[in-house]
Structures are given as C-alpha cells and as structure tokens.
Design a protein. Structure first.
Length: 144
C-alpha cells in the first residue's frame, strides 16, 4: 500500500483548525498542513486516485463477510487527553470511505481499553453496526 503515506494524514483537510489556532494542533498535523514533507500536487493526486481505485477492491473483499474485525491500535488507550493515540490503524478505513466502528473489547495493563474496529464495505453501515452490537454483547457477557 505504497500510496498510503502520501495521503495518510489528510493534513490538507485540517486547514480550518490550523487557521483558527494552530498552537492547539499536534505538531504532526501542523507539519502536514504546512506540507513539511514537500508532497507535490501531482504525487497527492496520484495517491488519491490510487486509493480511489482501491475502494471497489475493498468493497469486494468486505462483501464476503458480515464485517471485518481488525485491531484499533497497537496498544491500549493512552492515559489522559493530551494524546489520543496513533490513528494509523484507522486512517486506511477513512481513505477507503469504509464504515468503521470501534468496540472496546479488552482491558490493558493500565486498566484502559483496547479496542477492536469493525469494518465493512462502503455504504454497509448497518451491517457494521449490527456486527458491532453482537461483538460488544459478546465482550460484555464474557466479562460477567
């Protein structure tokens, strides 16, 4: 998925927040808005077009299942609100326009949640919600 790093951060969509108060944004977001990696317009368009070509491929894969369950992050949620964690596990679903629902499933060593993400093909939101409800119910019953 070599196209992914070029469009990963979607920093170019954060212009409004940047203009309002860039000091409140994470450095990584500011760097993306300011294009610190010097991604050219052509490279950005090529990456976006490449991701667009992957959307029907993902739809076909996802159509074989009620939903696909993937990790939400590499570890449990971080402590506090200063950093909400690495979104790289979820960015792909945003780029693919896939519905994604986080279900807290486990508890980590610090007592914070470790989530699973329930994903489906484009416009299959209800399937994802139904699957997520069932998975959430299973986790609740297992913890009793």
């Amino acid at each position: 998925f070599s196209l992914f790093p070029s469009v990963w951060g979607e920093g170019w969509l954060r212009g409004t927040e940047y203009l309002l108060d860039k000091e409140k944004l994470a450095r990584k977001i500011v760097d993306m808005v300011e294009n610190r990696d010097s991604v050219s317009r052509k490279d950005l368009l090529d990456a976006c077009d490449g991701v667009a070509r992957l959307r029907p491929v993902w739809d076909e894969i996802a159509s074989r299942y009620d939903a696909v369950v993937v990790p939400s992050a590499v570890d449990e949620a971080p402590v506090g609100l200063g950093y909400t964690g690495d979104a790289s596990f979820n960015s792909m679903w945003t780029l693919l326009h896939a519905p994604a629902l986080n279900v807290p499933g486990f508890v980590g060593e610090k007592g914070l949640p470790i989530g699973l993400t329930v994903v489906g093909g484009r416009f299959c939101d209800l399937r994802v919600l139904h699957a997520g409800k069932g998975i959430g119910r299973a986790f609740q019953e297992a913890s009793l």
